[in-house]
Write a protein that binds this ligand. Structure first.
Ligand code: AMP
Ligand code: MG
Length: 349
């Protein structure tokens, strides 16, 4: 299992070459600011170039911390903790939490429950990412499944309510994307034209690089335990959000159990995928989509994404086959010969 330190090391390995390329061709003196912090249960890295770069980075990091304080499952004063621990009671929540809950419920509806923000009881039961992770007994999975279902989440203009005791919200599949979009707003408000934020695999670039070329975003090799880059994506004003089985997992009797749960079975989604990366312009949506499409699997997920304008997807299977939605070949460059691009099998119709 990956511990916090390994995750940080891997992420730094992944991002540093990108940052170096980002600076190497600068011809004009532009102010640069950067910061790293462990927030929202992951390593957050940010860099900005421009007159107000310092303010943009400082404000962004503060905002991410605020979001964590509102949406964490474990911080007792958070909106989500209050909802989870006071079923059948109207809880007045912040407008930020309400915005995320509304988007999450909407994705639950349109994905017919493949994405489900009420996955908390199952996530807690499996304990993936904690030292108590183990395969739960069947009867406990059944009980947690009975406490899963977005129909038990009521939302109104300024309150939210859980309508069944035992149902628990978990915004781990969407809150980082919301945070990335909040960073974008702060960067724009500060007039900063070039910036980069990475919230543990949830990457957003704002503008192009200072020298006018595109950012190069590395896609991590999704084979468990590897930290290197298997593809580079040319990005300007783009978000790339990856959901993978290598991010949090444990092994028992030679089998890997990961953190993306199929709300219909109660088990980690089993569909021969190592990872799904959503490539688009809105990180909030992309985050929900990456998790949802991972649960859907290759065929259903590809069809789902092909029907959404302006959103692309890259799937990597356990055989290291790579499937891209239409149009992505131009910006995705696979640089590891172990991976094979499979072309033409999933064209749009
Ligand atoms: P991501 O890395 O964005 O795919 O999010 C994975 C996280 O979302 C997990 O660690 C859980 O906290 C939560 N999660 C797991 N399965 C689901 C699901 N089917 N729908 C929504 N959230 C989920
Ligand atoms: Mg997600």
């Amino acid at each position: 299992m990956l511990n916090k330190k390994t995750i940080i090391t891997l992420t730094i390995l992944l991002i540093f070459p990108l940052i170096l390329t980002a600076c190497s061709n600068d011809t004009v003196e532009v102010k640069t600011a950067e910061d790293n912090a462990f927030l929202m249960d992951t390593l957050v890295q940010m860099r900005a170039h421009g007159e107000n770069a310092d303010a943009a980075v400082e404000e962004s990091m503060k905002r991410i911390e605020e979001i964590e304080n509102l949406m964490s499952k474990t911080i007792e004063t958070s909106d989500i903790y209050q909802l989870n621990n006071n079923p059948n009671q109207i809880i007045e929540v912040s407008k930020q939490s309400l915005e995320v809950l509304k988007k999450a419920k909407n994705y639950a509806e349109i994905t017919e429950g493949d994405f489900d923000p009420t996955i908390g009881a199952l996530v807690e039961l499996w304990g993936i990412g904690t030292k108590n992770a183990s395969v739960p007994p069947e009867n406990k999975i059944k009980a947690a499944l009975a406490n899963t279902g977005y129909q038990y989440l009521n939302l109104d203009d300024n309150y939210a309510k859980i309508t069944k005791a035992g149902v628990k919200l978990d915004l781990g599949g969407i809150a980082k994307g919301y945070a990335a979009e909040e960073v974008k707003k702060i960067v724009e408000k500060n007039g900063v034209e070039h910036a980069f934020v990475n919230l543990g695999g949830n990457v957003l670039v704002i503008g192009d690089k200072v020298d006018g070329s595109s950012w190069k975003i590395g896609i991590q090799d999704p084979r468990a335990g590897r930290g290197d880059v298997m593809a580079i994506i040319d990005a300007v004003d783009l978000t790339i959000v990856t959901s993978g089985n290598y991010e949090r997992y444990f092994e028992e009797n030679g089998k890997l159990y990961h953190h993306i749960i199929d709300p219909k079975t109660g088990y980690p989604a089993e569909n021969n995928l190592l990872s799904v990366s959503i490539i688009s312009h809105n990180s909030f949506d992309a985050d929900a989509l990456s998790t949802a499409v991972y649960v859907m699997g290759l065929e259903k997920g590809m069809e789902f994404i092909e029907n959404i304008d302006d959103v692309g997807v890259m799937f990597i299977t356990k055989e290291l086959d790579v499937y891209l939605s239409s149009g992505l070949e131009e910006i995705v460059n696979i640089n590891d010969p172990d991976f094979n691009l499979i072309e033409g099998e999933y064209s749009v119709n």
